[in-house]
Design a protein around this ligand. Structure first.
Ligand SMILES: Cc1cc2nc3c(=O)[nH]c(=O)nc-3n(C[C@H](O)[C@H](O)[C@H](O)COP(=O)(O)OP(=O)(O)OC[C@H]3O[C@@H](n4cnc5c(N)ncnc54)[C@H](O)[C@@H]3O)c2cc1C
Length: 638
């Protein structure tokens, strides 16, 4: 597997500028001869589709929701980072780059991270130009707040609805191009297969989710902007529909899958409330700007009303353990700290799996109205779900599965190991290393879509002759048949268990053995149990209904089938990485005070998995990581 990252040589701050100059261009009159498929209409996909259409390429955009505007990006709450330094508090492109490399525990590609920080400033201008209503200060300037892992305020936001506002901006740019006829939009279409011809990505096979019809679309290049795979854990903060099918199909066709075990567990979510829950709710990290996280010091106080516990009997453990970052410690660190105090028997709420997120001090200092202005919709959401009023009692929160730093491997041009297959946004293995900093996913998705893919895809297209292959090509027919056979197989089992019962069980195994803490025996158990579960799936699954109709059971079955394979790869990757870094915490590799212990000698690399055939073990390859500008250092937030 060729893992040439194609990161340009030269000083880090000149790499992107130089690279952009060296990339080949497509003559404006020739652009309309090329067709690009964009799977996904979230920030990465909608931004990318609009930008490519604006350039003159013919774009076909796909999503499984009923409207591109419902892509999961709409759920993002807290904000988007950019090194604008509006606050004059010491921010810079270099500091954002530094914070991101450190936040990711030195497991990301330096050149990509610097480019991301550099582009961040353009993103805000682009979004403002599109009409995104970012929060403003009294004087009219854009406001900022802080997010974890940073000591500056660089997060732009629109109350607790940043994703929604950003997506409306991207959606309008996309709609404009749909109006011009430059983008053809296919909502309610699910990509189920990638078409690869003579080693190049040339198209996709999709199912019309309303009629069940199987369609094939061919093009000159394919982009996947299909989001993260966090729902492999069943319970997560992701929308129910989020899935891994598009990237998993690409993996099965030869695309390398990088760092699947790098998954992010977010510290501030509403705790699990019961057995039959199918979704968890995030309470944005932005709340940690004004709230203090604590648990009682003494177990005897656990039954007491929170506000009746005196100040001296509270353990503000993040402030105690990480005095310089306090409640704004990065997510992986804050999540593990919550787990530790709960393991210690000091967790609050039913089952003892919760910690307090308390606004009492901020309300006393700023007044309830100021807090309502900033976080009103989040408070309302919390109250609707828990029936507790967070203005009067602290919120109860617990870590939950949230984001995936792993994904399809891409080079500096965002191209996967399959020529012509580009991967954008959360779907690629990303610039975040082993842990993503809050408010950096929206930044990355928009950087990929608006600012990177337009240049890098042109470089690729300039080197290939335009024109779709024949629908009769044997590889096209094979891909179509593979989709039909798979659907038939799922429907023909007629067993006893629903897709969601398998999904729930897979999620439990992953959460237990490959969640916030991992160890060799646990991963061994998971690697034994998941194949058993998969075997049972293919013998005992029950999919009701038919294929020629709207069939959510069939949709779920296909996605769970892929999760059952991906779940195993996640555990395999976690087992192979014999170190702790970022969100990947192997209990065998920790410092005496319980922090992650990296092994730079053996593991300073991206692990990339290659499918080697049905029933065979995948091969592990590596892309070494080198740091020319920053130096490998132990990550500390104390
Ligand atoms: C609750 C929540 C809050 C968050 N808040 C923040 C925040 O404040 N700041 C921040 O930076 N990040 C935040 N994130 C993370 C961020 O929202 C996501 O990482 C980001 O929006 C992903 O964007 P995307 O474009 O890559 O994918 P998505 O927005 O997930 O879009 C995926 C698209 O792909 C399509 N798709 C997927 N599979 C298929 C298929 N097989 N066939 C056809 N179409 C397909 C979908 O229909 C959709 O259009 C949050 C995440 C969650 C879950």
């Amino acid at each position: 597997m060729n893992l040439d990252a194609k990161a340009p040589a030269g000083p880090v701050e000149q790499k992107w500028e130089k690279h952009r100059f060296e990339l080949k261009l497509v003559n404006p009159a020739n652009k309309r001869k090329y067709t690009v498929i964009m799977v996904g209409s979230g920030l990465a996909g909608a931004g990318g589709a609009a930008a490519l259409a604006e350039l003159g390429y013919v774009v076909k955009c796909f999503c499984y929701q009923d409207s591109p505007r419902r892509a999961h990006s709409i759920a993002a709450q807290g904000g988007i980072n950019a090194a604008k330094n509006y606050r004059n508090d010491g921010d810079s492109v270099f500091r954002l780059y530094h914070d991101t490399i450190k936040g990711g525990d030195f497991r990301s590609r330096e050149a990509n991270v610097y480019r991301l920080a550099e582009i961040s400033v353009n993103i805000i201008d682009q979004c403002v130009a599109l009409g995104v209503p970012f929060a403003r200060e009294y004087g009219g300037l854009l406001d900022n707040r802080s997010f974890g892992g940073a000591q500056v305020s660089r997060t732009f936001y629109a109350r607790g609805q940043t994703g929604q506002q950003l997506l409306l901006g991207a959606y309008q740019a996309l709609e404009r191009q749909i109006g011009f006829g430059q983008v053809q939009m296919f909502a309610r279409h699910e990509m189920l297969e990638l078409v690869v011809i003579e080693g190049r990505a040339r198209g996709i096979v999709v199912r019309d989710m309303v009629t069940g019809e199987i369609e094939t679309h061919l093009a000159d290049a394919v982009c996947l902007a299909t989001g993260g795979y966090g729902n492999v854990f069943h319970l997560s903060t992701n929308a129910k529909g989020c899935n891994a099918t598009a990237i998993w199909r690409a993996y099965k066709r030869g695309a390398g899958f990088a760092n699947p075990c790098y998954t992010q567990i977010h510290p501030t979510c509403i705790p699990v409330s019961g057995e039959h829950q199918s979704k968890l709710t995030l309470m944005s990290e932005s709340l940690r700007n004004d709230a203090r996280v604590w648990v009682p010091k003494k177990k005897e106080d656990l039954g007491k009303v929170a506000r009746s516990i005196s100040e001296v009997d509270r353990d503000y453990y993040l402030e105690r353990l990480y005095p310089s970052y306090g409640n704004l410690a990065p997510r992986d660190i804050a999540s593990r700290a919550a787990k530790r105090v709960c393991d210690d028997g000091r967790g609050v709420g039913p089952g003892g799996r919760g910690v307090y997120l308390d606004f009492a001090d901020a309300i006393a200092r700023l007044g309830e109205d100021a807090i309502r202005d900033k976080y009103g919709n989040l408070f309302e959401m919390y109250e609707r779900i828990t029936a507790e009023n967070p203005y009067q009692a602290p919120m109860r929160i617990y870590p939950a599965m949230h984001y995936t730093m792993g994904g399809l491997w891409v080079d500096y041009n965002l191209m996967s190991t399959i020529p012509g297959l580009f991967v954008l946004g959360e779907a690629n293995f990303s610039d975040h290393g082993a842990n993503r900093l809050g408010a950096s996913a929206l930044m990355q998705g928009l950087a990929d879509g608006y600012f990177i893919i337009p240049y890098t895809i042109s470089n690729y297209l300039a080197g290939v002759k335009p024109g779709a292959p024949s629908m009769d090509h044997p590889d096209v027919r094979q891909a179509q048949q593979a989709v039909k056979d798979r659907i038939h197989k799922l429907l023909a089992i007629r067993g006893k268990r629903s897709p969601s019962s398998f999904h729930r069980e897979l999620g439990r195994v992953l959460w237990e053995y490959c969640g916030m803490a991992r160890n060799r025996p646990g991963l061994g158990l998971a690697l034994h149990r998941i194949p058993e579960l998969r075997e049972e799936f293919w013998k005992n699954l029950n999919v009701t209904g038919d294929s020629a109709e709207l069939n959510q059971a069939l949709e779920a079955a296909g996605r769970v089938a892929d999760f059952l394979e991906l779940g195993e790869l996640i555990c395999r990757d976690a087992l192979a990485r014999e170190e702790s870094c970022g969100g990947h915490f192997r209990e065998e590799y920790q410092t005496p005070d319980g922090e992650a212990r990296r092994d730079d000698e053996r593991f300073c690399h991206v692990a990339v998995w290659e499918q080697t055939g049905e029933g065979r073990e995948p091969a592990r390859h590596v892309e070494p990581l080198t740091f020319e500008t920053m130096h490998l250092a132990t990550r500390s937030y104390k």
